[in-house]
Design a binder for this molecule. Structure first.
Ligand code: IVH
Length: 677
């Protein structure tokens, strides 16, 4: 605990120790001390710095964020511009590069290094006697900017090397793909333009004039060149190992290969692997490993002859929209899909692209026959990102949303405030049927054993089941003629249906019907309010649901409207009537009265028992289990790993936060000791 003396050496040793923990945490993702322990070390360091301001070193972990915003960055003009890389796009190009290299080396077989080409912002860093002293952007190669104070805030960049070396390194500052969403959400909330991609976000962050703001951006760095490495190493591979030893972050994805076949194989392997990287890579960089060979090869005025960029196939392509297909989803959402003139896009032929909804078609001004830009970014289904209006010929046809469902011809509806167009004939529409049946039979709904996707498909294709109620007409005799249907399976299914009919609660039935916006928690609230399916069918006119339900705890206006719409649709009522006629007459057990009666609890994080068990315990004690923290919530039960978002929401709505022990006390009926909060 107590420091052995408070000498300057002791202070510096402590600062180094903290930097080592920073590296383990931010670079290796392998911390060896607990957060409290780390905080204690940092507090101790701060104490020493407060007592001895003259001891403070620039590389101290407390000095990451300088407090002086600048009005602009100093421009640095290089006497000798930094070179960039020539590009190749195919194996044939790559072979030409290899042949040029071999020729330049008088036929010797070169060793290559293959690295991801990180799509970020190029930087060069200077370390003097081990301390980070200056960082510049690559800029256009000739003019860069001094962004030292912002680079100091980057957690994966150590302010001090493991040894007191003086060196210059090059690398890339970037943002992981996963960091873009949260950053853009925050920007949208603040009324700022979202960043188009992680690269723009990294560039924008590095250009922030206030390092305190930059410190809030989750920037990372990876280094890939030791400048003048030939003075200390024979190969680039050795130089990278040296950078690693000094504590600098270097990609783990760098591979050394010998011979063209191995090089081509390595490059081909990346076609699949590129999506597994947490950051965007727009290609690979292929470099000759041996410095002596690099020197022999030299450079042109623009590019080194010893390295080349291999660009990944583009994720965007242009093609023409030949038609618009109308797709009907499980809950009746009717969406447009663009049928395209087939086009090559990152290795596959693409003939269809998602358009999300009809508003978007209108917003983009898309017409049948238009040339469009399509993009495949991570997701499997390509998206139409832009309409190329300048390529119009005048023959393009406007696109109008359909008026009726393409499958069952029911007039389509659009609920107020919603972009989706829906087929309201949920229980009688063929396109929705297969998915609807699978969901109806699923675990969160009627939990009908032995009714899997294959069988659902057969039942629908053979015309045995035209809606969920038809399931309860199935008998051994109608099932047995089905292909591959054994007597035993038929027996089992009929028995499972009988059990489901007996056991189904109203809330499970409501969940299973797939009413838009109505999940398991909402379904339970609705079910408890009305008690039985027959009581719900007796609500007349069904529009009354829209006014009655919002008075029920846990039911919002949109959900209430969705229930009203569903029960207002004649075709749905017909199917519900059929269910009742076949003996499906579910009721809802009323909430138990107990110590939690009248209280709403939200559970988050990991508890000692499964979430479902916690939910049962809360409900058995009369409490309501709610999915999200809101103004009607009484307690947030926070388990291990509870996120900041939930805690902030709790603070905002004045919801009390308790742990699992606190919940147990509540369940026993004892008051929670809420200390000072
Ligand atoms: S080596 C002379 N290696 O790509 C060659 N560059 O024009 C020096 N880049 O803007 C570059 N990842 O910022 C190299 N593993 C990598 C790279 C990489 C990304 C960027 C670099 C520069 C461009 C090359």
């Amino acid at each position: 605990m107590s420091a052995p003396g408070t000498s300057r050496e002791r202070y510096q040793a402590l600062a180094r120790e903290i930097l080592e923990h920073d590296r383990r945490y931010h670079v290796d993702n392998d911390p060896i001390i607990a957060d409290v322990e780390y905080d204690r070390l940092l507090a101790e360091l701060r104490g020493l710095e407060a007592a001895h301001p003259d001891w403070v070193v620039a590389w101290s972990p407390t000095q990451r964020v300088g407090y002086t915003p600048v009005s602009e960055f100093a421009k640095v003009v290089r006497a000798v511009p930094m070179l960039s890389l020539d590009n190749t796009y195919s194996e044939a190009d790559l072979r030409e590069f290899h042949e040029r290299v071999q020729k330049g080396l008088d036929g010797a077989e070169p060793e290559y290094v293959v690295e991801p080409k990180i799509d970020g912002i190029g930087i060069e860093l200077y370390f003097t006697d081990g301390a980070f002293t200056r960082g510049l952007t690559r800029g256009d190669g000739r003019v860069g900017e001094d962004v030292t104070s912002n680079l100091r805030t980057v957690r994966t960049l150590p302010p001090l090397l493991a040894e007191g070396r003086t060196l210059e390194v090059r690398g890339e500052v970037y943002l992981e793909r996963a960091a873009l969403g949260p950053l853009n959400e925050a920007r949208a909330a603040a009324g700022e333009e979202p960043f188009k991609n992680p690269r723009n976000a990294a560039g924008g962050s590095l250009k922030l004039l206030d390092p305190r703001l930059c410190a809030q951006r989750p920037l990372k760095v990876l280094l890939y060149e030791l400048v003048d490495g030939s003075r200390v190493c024979a190969t680039h591979t050795e130089a990278l190992a040296r950078l690693r030893r000094l504590g600098l972050p270097v990609s783990n994805e760098i591979r050394r290969v010998v011979g063209f076949a191995a090089l081509a194989a390595q490059v081909a392997a990346w076609a699949e692997r590129r999506d597994l990287l947490p950051y965007d890579a727009d290609g690979l960089v292929i470099k000759v490993d041996r410095y002596a060979q690099r020197e022999a090869l030299g450079a042109t005025s623009k590019f080194p002859r010893w390295a080349i960029a291999y660009k990944f196939p583009a994720r965007q392509a242009t093609t023409r929209v030949v038609d618009i297909e109308v797709n009907v989803g499980r809950t009746g959402t009717v969406t447009p899909v663009a049928c395209l003139e087939p086009v090559e896009l990152s290795g596959t032929t693409v003939a269809r692209a998602s358009l999300h909804n009809w508003d978007e078609v209108a917003r983009k001004g898309l017409r049948r026959g238009d040339f469009v830009l399509v993009e495949k970014a991570g997701e499997i289904i390509p998206q139409v990102v832009a309409v190329l209006a300048e390529r119009r010929t005048g023959d393009e046809q406007p696109i109008t949303p359909p008026a009726v469902c393409p499958s069952c011809q029911a007039p389509l509806q659009r609920r107020e405030g919603e972009v989706a167009l829906r087929c309201p004939n949920q229980l009688g529409c063929g396109a929705q049927l297969k998915e609807a049946l699978e969901f109806f039979a699923g675990k969160s709904a009627l939990d009908i054993e032995n009714l899997g996707p294959k069988l659902v498909e057969q039942l629908v294709d053979e015309g045995l089941v035209k809606d969920v109620a038809d399931l309860f007409d199935l008998t051994i005799f109608t099932l047995l003629p089905l292909e591959r249907m054994a007597e035993k399976s038929a027996d089992n299914l009929v028995a499972a249906l009988a059990t489901a009919k007996e056991k189904a609660t109203l809330s499970r039935l409501l969940t299973g019907l797939g009413i838009p916006l109505l999940g398991t928690v909402g379904a339970r609230a609705v079910a408890q309010a009305y008690g039985s399916l027959e009581a719900m069918l007796a609500v007349q006119p069904p529009a009354r649901f829209a006014t009655e339900l919002p008075r029920v705890q846990g039911v919002g206006e949109k959900m209430a409207q969705a229930v009203a719409d569903f029960f207002g649709e004649e075709r749905n009522r017909a199917v519900l009537g059929k269910l009742v006629a076949r003996g499906v007459r579910p009721t809802e057990p009323q909430a138990a009265a107990g110590p939690l009666t009248g209280l709403a609890l939200c559970v988050t994080g990991t508890l000692g028992q499964p979430r479902s068990a916690v939910q049962r315990a809360i409900e058995a004690a009369g409490g309501r289990f709610v999915a999200a923290v809101g103004k009607g919530t009484d307690y947030l039960v926070a388990g291990a790993g509870t996120g900041q978002t939930k805690l902030k929401a709790a603070a905002k709505h004045g919801v009390r936060v308790i742990d699992e022990a606190g919940l147990e006390r509540l369940l026993r009926g004892s008051p929670v000791d809420d200390g000072s909060d």
